[in-house]
Design a protein around this ligand. Structure first.
Ligand code: NAD
Length: 542
């Protein structure tokens, strides 16, 4: 199946549209935005290529304008989930035998559609449904997903299928990289449209079939992605789209002996619960399921006293507040040397004072709203706790408004103790906390950073002293799966900074890399002997 030799050149990263005022791409995106903002669409489940309207509907609203209903999505019932399992198993028969070149062609076409005719629609639905600025939508929903599609195809061929064993004279050894027997369950988060697409598309590229449960707060863009993949030629049943309750859908999924893998991105607590549920179901499953999960973070910036102040302040503002801090990689705890603190504090506070926040259709905004009421209540709860504590001081921001949308000001907190909750727990909002350390105890401050939270996703060191940058990088070796020197800890690019974390942040199977793709194949080794022996006796027997 996979033995045909193909040549496939390394892809380039998709260029980012900058949406400058008065440009043609800005006019085009704005026009799509206003058309889509005026629509209210029906979003069905898609099973075996058929749309199913279950009648159990929920609203898709805009976080920045929560009275605006963009669509009604139909939640999957247990019967529909079972139909999806059956249809995936039917599709598996042909898809698992489909040559790599055909699978690659479908996802490469998906990349072309997204780069061209679908770009505005996917970006606009991400802006409207998940409250991203045009730039944040572009780097996620368009560029990162295009890169996932193209780079995965390249890595699959060059790093997985072409990884073949040596053959001694007289024999021929091959490894058949088979898809898993059964289906992969892709359970996806709200905050990146690209991740939502990739969690089902990456296993499907490797010949697997999938059930895709999108986040209830990202159904709009995710539905359009599903339609895009269908237009790209994805056969019915290969990916089945099942909006609905994560808990309910999971319980039907894990009843099935065909459950072969979980591809998850989301919060740590949910992932840990899923792993435990899977362990309990082991006797039912035909194979040991593959479990791949990228989860929460408490990402840090550690400043050495030699840090460049302007670069540090800009990295803090961009790293902490872009997409309202709702990136798993968002900078949320800072360790600042005492002698830098007064200038740094005033500089960051001044920059925060200039940030514009509002509706993403106004392209001059830097921030929009947080995703929903639950997130709003959680984040403002952390801010109120800081306001009332003598261990913390709100330096900038701290206000919020729920009137039109779920808006929370970019908030900068100084924590007097390194273990204050906002320094340790994932808040997932526009809140950054700083702990000021004594530069005479650098090693103690590094220890605080290393042990300050259970997570290890991203982190950055700022230092113009290169020996110190090296030293701090070595001391924090296990504190982050993606580590930055003199750069913000967000914005990993597919093919350039493979992304994922360890400790409580996930299984570190680097999305958009060969490592991730390898989790979706099971190797069969085949040895063929050209001249088999015809005498059982060995030479030493005389
Ligand atoms: P979430 O854990 O609330 O939801 C993720 C998915 O799981 C959703 O589809 C949701 O419906 C489903 N779900 C929720 N509870 C469930 C349950 N009990 N059983 C089964 N399914 C359930 O996460 P979110 O709010 O969508 O995303 C934010 C989280 O994702 C943050 O913690 C963030 O750090 C993390 N994240 C991590 C990465 C990474 O690469 N490490 C990337 C993006 C987001």
């Amino acid at each position: 199946m996979n033995n045909t030799v193909h040549r496939y050149e390394p892809p380039a990263n998709e260029p980012i549209c900058m949406y400058t005022p008065d440009s043609a791409e800005t006019a085009s995106l704005k026009s799509t935005l206003s058309t889509m903002a005026a629509e209210t669409i029906e979003i069905p489940c898609i099973v075996g290529g058929k749309e199913i309207h279950t009648g159990k509907t929920h609203e898709c609203t805009s976080p920045h304008d929560h009275q605006r209903v963009l669509g009604h999505w139909h939640a999957a019932t247990p019967e529909v989930v079972q139909q999806a399992i059956d249809s995936s198993q039917e599709a598996w028969k042909q898809w698992s035998e489909t040559p790599y070149a055909t699978r690659m062609a479908i996802f490469t076409k998906a990349a072309e559609l997204l780069a061209g005719p679908w770009r505005d629609r996917i970006n606009a639905s991400t802006m409207l449904g998940q409250s991203k600025t045009c730039f944040q939508a572009e780097i996620d929903a368009a560029c990162e997903l295009i890169d996932f599609f193209r780079f995965n195809a390249y890595f699959a061929l060059n790093n997985v299928y072409n990884d073949q064993p040596f053959s001694a004279p007289g024999m021929w050894n091959t490894v058949d990289h088979r898809p898993l027997e059964g289906f992969v369950f892709a359970l996806t988060p709200f905050n990146f449209t690209s991740i939502a697409g990739n969690l089902s598309a990456a296993p499907a590229l490797m010949g697997n079939v999938a059930l895709w449960k999108p986040s209830s707060t990202a159904v709009l863009s995710n539905y359009y992605l599903m339609k895009l993949m269908e237009e790209a030629g994805l056969p019915p049943g290969v990916i089945n789209f099942l909006p609905g309750s994560g808990r309910e859908i999971t319980s039907t999924v894990l009843e099935s002996p065909h459950f072969a893998g979980l591809h998850f991105t989301g919060s740590t607590a949910v992932f840990q619960g899923l792993w435990q549920q899977i362990a309990e179901g082991l006797p039912r499953f035909r194979s040991y399921p593959r479990i791949v999960g990228e989860t929460g973070g408490k990402d840090f910036i550690f400043a050495h006293e030699s840090a460049d102040m302007a670069a540090l302040a800009t990295a803090t503002v961009r790293g902490a507040f872009e997409y309202q801090g709702q990136k798993c990689s968002a900078a949320s705890r800072l360790y600042i040397p005492r002698k830098m603190w007064p200038t740094f504090r005033d500089e960051v506070a001044a920059q925060i004072g200039t940030i514009k926040m509002g509706d993403p259709s106004d392209f001059s905004n830097f921030m929009c709203a947080v995703i929903d009421e639950k997130a709003y209540n959680k984040i403002t709860g952390y801010i109120e706790n800081a306001r009332s504590s003598s261990d913390a001081e709100i330096i900038a921001g701290g206000e919020a408004s729920r009137e039109t949308g779920w808006f929370i000001q970019p908030t900068f907190i100084e924590c007097k103790t390194p273990n204050f909750p906002t320094m340790c727990e994932e808040i997932f909002g526009p809140v950054v906390s700083a702990y000021v350390y004594d530069e005479d105890d650098l090693e103690g401050a590094i220890d605080l950073c290393d042990n300050g939270s259970p997570y290890a996703l991203t982190g950055a060191v700022f230092s113009q002293d290169r020996y110190m940058a090296d030293h701090i990088s070595k001391r924090l070796r296990h504190a982050a799966g993606n580590f930055y020197i003199n750069d913000k800890p967000t914005g990993a690019v597919v093919g350039q900074q493979p992304f994922g974390g360890a400790r409580a942040s996930g299984t570190d199977d680097k999305a958009g890399s060969a490592l991730n793709l390898m989790r979706w194949v099971a190797q069969r080794t085949i040895k063929e002997t050209f001249n088999p022996p015809i005498d059982y006796r060995y030479p030493h027997m005389g």
